[in-house]
Design a protein around this ligand. Structure first.
Ligand code: ADP
Length: 264
């Protein structure tokens, strides 16, 4: 099903800083010296690991997370048309997202203890990119923002997105690592709550292929707008998962670096 996408042209790849998860963790540990709040815009194909990474960072850093997908899944779960669009892998209308995004960003600025403001899934279209840039221009004290682009190949995405699951009770995410589809002690059951794990309705081969195609189409349009802003800094983060270097081990190292910084 995803074979057709392998022939698609690759996205433009402008490299300012290129790193692995370990390199990125080290970059984050330096951020603490800066008293200013900093915005991180995470951009990456569906199933490239954005949500997992953001969740790990939030365990060690005081941060505000603007997670559009999570917000839609939790708050709009009862709105059938929204749910259908999400399960179909379609992007929702910009008007639904933009007011909430700006309100969340503006509130984040009032909580100065939270040095990191992480955008996961916003902006995602040209219109949203301009909404973000206009807001940023009105908040000049921020100085700059970082665009963190996750790069993952289709093997990684297939392995990751088609096998991940989460607990409907505690929301804990279970990610696949080599040889273990859900990485729970009992296959498919939450370690903590003992209830069956759930998969996202859009994590099917057909919908995933559609979401990746849409991501490539939309990202190719809005990413250059973000990156060409004189206040943008860019990090290319390369995600990988092999038998020799499994993802769980990489995430454990990532956590360790952030934990050491906090003296944990
Ligand atoms: P993924 O990055 O894997 O697509 P998300 O959880 O970020 O997963 O998003 C899930 C779905 O939520 C998307 O397929 C889309 O329907 C909707 N969505 C998320 N972010 C946006 C956005 N910025 N604009 C419009 N729709 C969005």
């Amino acid at each position: 099903m995803l074979k057709v996408l392998r022939k698609a042209p690759q996205l433009r790849n402008i490299s300012k800083t290129a790193c692995t998860l370990t390199g990125f963790a080290k970059t984050l540990t330096q951020q603490e010296e800066d008293p200013q709040q900093e915005i991180f815009v995470f951009v990456g194909a569906p199933g490239s690991g954005k949500g997992t990474l953001v969740e790990v960072i939030s365990q060690f850093k005081e941060c505000t997370i603007l997670g559009v997908g999570e917000w839609l899944r939790e708050r709009k779960a009862n709105e059938t048309s929204i749910k259908n669009q999400m399960c179909n892998g379609e992007l929702l209308d910009d008007s639904l997202i933009k007011d909430w995004a700006i309100e969340t960003l503006t509130t984040a600025l009032t909580d100065k203890k939270k040095k990191m403001i992480i955008l996961d899934g916003f902006p995602r279209t040209i219109a949203q990119a301009y909404v973000f840039l206009n807001w940023f221009a009105e908040n000049k004290e921020l100085g700059h923002f970082s665009v963190v682009q996750l790069h993952a190949n289709l093997n990684f995405i297939e392995k990751y997105a088609l096998n991940r699951a989460s607990c409907p009770e505690c929301k804990k995410q279970y990610i696949p690592v080599d040889g273990s589809p859900f990485f729970s002690k009992i296959l498919g059951i939450c370690d903590d709550c003992g209830v069956p794990l759930e998969k996202r309705c859009d994590d099917t081969p057909e919908t995933l292929a559609k979401r990746i195609a849409l991501y490539r189409q939309e990202t190719a349009k809005f990413l250059p707008i973000l990156e060409s802003n004189p206040h943008a800094e860019k990090t290319n983060l390369y995600m990988s998962c092999t038998k020799e270097n499994p993802l769980d081990q990489q995430l454990a190292n990532f956590k360790q670096i952030l934990a050491n910084e906090n003296g944990i």
